[in-house]
Design a protein around this ligand. Structure first.
Ligand SMILES: C[S@@+](CC[C@H](N)C(=O)[O-])C[C@H]1O[C@@H](n2cnc3c(N)ncnc32)[C@H](O)[C@@H]1O
Length: 289
């Protein structure tokens, strides 16, 4: 385990549980572990998390600088995915939400697995730019974000997006068939096709090896499916976009990242000015076994 950003060790699990889990950093709202996601999930009590946002490696042979291979056999990859999905379902509260971001190839199997255990809500298509076709294939132009709930959704906040305008002249693109006046001033209802997720990244954060998500993606998932003070868990921290958005929107959060955690600490410090090394929030402590 890497050095932590904590001034003191924190004991979260009783001795009877054979998992070593020492936080890497704590904030007033969150706790991050430099550990494997299965160790984290297995340390969490059943029915204690409100939302899980998971953006795992896609098994495309990327170098995440975490010492793990991103090129498993087809079935081996899916077995690993099913293991953390099973644990994710266990730790969600009734009505809690699970979002899984991946390429369509894997989401087909993931959706099949989840549909036997959870309630399907949406397959959200998110435009993917600057890709290239591999071999004899169509040009891939979208990623998918699967959205399931554990039974009937506990929270569903309707989100609105600004009315689209031409980026050259600034005028609205559509005439809404003469019904423009009937549109809500706060914008259009968010659809299941997201092509407006422009990067909101600062130059400083563009050089990570593992591509971090545009923060708007986890932010929408969080806003849609949780209320302030709820707990969001992200098993694959990466550059920390989920944690940044949880902090920004006043949600509690728990995360793991098996590779370097420094980029997450830097991001939280840069965007949020987060104070580290504080005692763990009681609502988070109560989520551990
Ligand atoms: C696609 S990236 C996530 C990016 C993240 N959503 C963001 O926006 O920054 C996947 C991350 O999962 C991490 N990872 C891979 N296997 C893991 C495991 N078993 N447990 C925890 N983290 C893991 C990788 O090191 C990588 O940083």
């Amino acid at each position: 385990m890497n050095q932590t950003l904590l001034p003191f060790p924190i004991k979260l699990l009783p001795d009877s549980i054979n998992i070593t889990l020492q936080p890497y950093l704590t904030t007033k709202r969150g706790v991050l572990f430099n550990s494997d996601c299965l160790d984290l999930l297995r340390s969490i009590k059943s029915e204690s998390i409100h939302c899980i946002f998971a953006d795992p490696p896609f098994n495309l042979g990327k170098n995440y600088e975490n010492g793990l291979t991103d090129e498993l056999e087809h079935n081996e990859y899916l077995e690993w995915v099913y293991a953390w999905l099973e644990e994710s379902i266990r730790v969600l509260v009734p009505g809690g939400s699970l979002f899984v971001y991946n390429i369509p190839r894997w989401l087909i199997d993931i959706g099949h697995f989840l549909s036997q255990r959870m309630t399907f809500r949406h397959w959200i298509a998110i435009t993917m730019k600057n890709t290239y076709p591999r071999g004899n294939n169509l040009y891939p132009a979208h990623y998918g974000l699967l959205y399931y709930t554990k039974g009937k959704p506990r929270v569903f906040n309707k989100l609105r997006v600004p009315i689209p305008v031409c980026r050259h002249c600034g005028k609205e693109i559509k005439d809404y068939g003469g019904h423009r006046h009937a549109l809500n001033d706060e914008g259009l209802n968010l659809t299941d096709f997201w092509e407006d997720t422009s990067p909101v990244r600062h130059n400083k954060f563009k050089t990570r090896v593992a591509n971090e998500l545009k923060p708007m993606i986890p932010e929408r998932a969080i806003l849609m499916s949780t209320n302030p003070d709820d707990i969001v868990l992200d098993p694959f921290g990466g550059g920390g976009s989920t944690f940044q958005m949880a902090e920004k929107n006043r949600r509690h959060w728990i995360g793991s990242e098996v590779g370097p955690c420094e980029p997450i600490a830097e991001r939280l410090q840069f965007f949020i000015g987060t104070e580290f090394g504080v005692p763990i929030a009681s609502i988070l402590r109560a989520a551990f076994r």
